[in-house]
Structures are given as C-alpha cells and as structure tokens.
Ligand binder design. Structure first.
Ligand code: CO
Ligand code: ZN
Length: 327
C-alpha cells in the first residue's frame, strides 16, 4: 500500500513523467536484466527469455493543466493536458512542478454550470502580474492534488489512472519466477494525449504480442449509465474500446491464463475511451494485442477509486501471463 501511495503521489502530467519514472526504475531495477529509456521517455524494462517477445504496457502520465496566460492581477489561465473536464476542476487544488499550489475557480459573471476551461483560472495567491510571474511562466504544468485514502477494501486517490496499473505491473515483475517469454515491461508516456509514448515504445521493442494494463470506468454507482463492469469483481479482459478491437490470438491467450490462475475476471466491451493497445496494435506489421483493466470509479478526477481485491487479482493475472509461453 505504501508503494501504491508513493507511485500515485508522484508528479507526472503527460510529457513530464520523469518523477514517476524514477520511482518505478528504483523499484524494478533489481528484478530485470536491462533497462532503457527511449526518445519518448518510455521506461523499457527487459527480462530476458528464450521465447517470443511479450510486451506489457502501463502509462505513467496523468492529466494536468498548462499555464497559457497570467493576467494583471496575477490570476493564471490554463489549457488542459489530456482529458480534463470542467466539472472535475471546480475549486480543486493543483500543484505545479516547482511546488507552487493553487485553487481552480471560474469567472463570477458566468453561471457555474457554464464554466468551461476558458472561463476558469488558477488562483495561486498572487496579487499582481509580477508576483505571479515570479512563481510561474507560460508552459509550466500542474497536476491535480488528491488525498490517498483507504476506505475499507477500496482505495481512493489521484492518478489511479494509470499508476495503479504501473503498480500491478511492477509487482507482477517482482513476483514472476519462470519467464519463458522474452519479456518487456514498458512504462509509457503521454497516453492521455493520444497514446503517444506507446506508439514509439512498440516500435523499439517490436513485440510478438502486447497487453496494455489500464483502468476502466464502471457502472456500479447510483443511477449510472449501463456499463457492465463492477468494482471488486475482478480485472477485465477488454474486448474493445474506441481505439481497438481485441485480437483473437490475444483474447484466447488471456482467457486461458485467467482460467488457469483461477482469478475472477469480467469481460468488458467499452464503447468509448482508448488505451495504449490502440497504438501498439498498429505498429510494425500489426501486433496481436489487448488490454486488461482494473475497474475504477471517478476516472479523471483527483479521487479515482479502485478495489484492492481487483488490484491483487490483476497482479496474479499478469504473473500468469508473463509466465505462460506465447506462440
Ligand atoms: Co486516463
Ligand atoms: Zn489510463
């Protein structure tokens, strides 16, 4: 739990994943044969094996905001980095890379329900342009602040998307004993901007099969939309989302592994969203690929919430897949 907390609390909006990468690198170093960072900043961890290349990917980046303008009174206007929704921003706290903190609010003459991002600003406590400009400049990025909370068997905090998957992949690498595949655990960058890091990582690794690990939206809260996914009932085998449709080869492999290790799992057919799989699948001559997801509530908010049973079962599932030879 301490490690999950540490990974989720690291600063890493898309394109600024360095802090997350260092936390993961230190943890994983002793368990792999070779580590490299490619030109996109992806952390590529290689565990040598005699078989074909199996790649697993979890993205390190989180959504955030970027400074676009500072006004004469020291209020800061911003652009989204990734899928930032106005209603998740209202009166939320953010922290910039240099430690400056602020509160997001919106223009008083506009009704709160009509606040979109260009009606909103960050109040960093400055009283003038020059005071604000001493602390921040155009292009500086901030991440949302969240509180890491244990709520029974559920855990809530910022960046479960996708640090909880980074955590499960890391734990799986630590636990795996036999590795018949030539295995690559890849921690990718810039997923939230359109699966950018994974696209390059897959060209570097050239996998024979790839599995992305991510989080997926659930339908188990009051009056929610119909989404056939529930917290606590196991990780998903994601058959599709808006970025891909599962390769039969990857589907059969995942079903076999899930059944062999005896974890509960859920079949998921999402009609929205994208995962690194969508990019990896279309590299080289095409890569049989799929995603497995940890069910998650309140995605892209500072209090993304997951169930620890799902986290543990995802780790078991990944260990089983890493240890099963692909053909
Ligand atoms: Co996301
Ligand atoms: Zn994600």
């Amino acid at each position: 739990m301490e490690l999950l907390k540490k990974i989720t609390e690291a600063f890493g909006p898309s394109g600024r994943e360095d802090g997350v990468r260092e936390v993961i690198r230190k943890e994983i170093e002793a368990y792999v044969d070779e580590i490299k960072v490619d030109n996109m900043g992806n952390l590529i961890c290689h565990k040598k094996g005699n078989g074909k290349k199996l790649m697993m990917a979890a993205h390190m980046d989180e959504i955030g905001i970027m400074v676009t303008h500072i006004d004469k009174n020291g209020f800061v206007r911003f652009a989204p980095v990734g899928g930032v929704y106005p209603y998740n921003c209202i009166h939320r706290a953010v922290r910039f890379e240099n430690g400056v903190e602020g509160v997001i609010s919106g223009e008083g003459k506009t009704a709160m329900r009509d606040w979109n991002l260009d009606k909103m600003y960050v109040d960093i406590g400055a009283e003038s342009y020059s005071e604000a400009a001493e602390k921040l400049k155009i292009g500086d990025m901030a991440a949302f602040k969240g509180e890491f909370m244990v709520m029974g068997k559920k855990v809530s905090g910022k960046t479960m998307d996708d640090r909880v998957a980074c955590y499960t992949l890391l734990e799986a690498v630590k636990r795996v004993e036999d590795c018949p595949n030539d295995f690559y655990a890849v921690f990718t960058t810039q997923e939230e901007l359109g699966l950018r890091g994974a696209r390059v990582a897959a060209q570097v690794v050239e996998p024979d099969m790839a599995i992305a690990v991510d989080v997926s939206l659930v339908g188990d809260t009051p009056e929610s939309n119909i989404v056939d996914l529930t917290l606590g009932k196991g990780p998903s085998i994601k058959l599709r989302d808006a970025s891909y449709i599962i390769s039969p080869k990857a589907r059969d492999f995942m079903l076999k592994c899930a059944n062999e290790c005896g974890i509960p799992y859920q079949l998921e057919a999402a009609t929205f969203g994208g995962t690194d799989t969508g990019a990896i699948m279309l590299t080289g001559r095409g890569v049989p690929s799929a995603t497995t997801s940890i069910p998650c509530r309140y995605i892209h908010s500072p209090q993304e919430t997951v169930h620890m049973d799902d986290v543990e079962n995802e780790i078991k599932f990944l260990v089983q897949m890493i240890g099963t030879e692909i053909d």
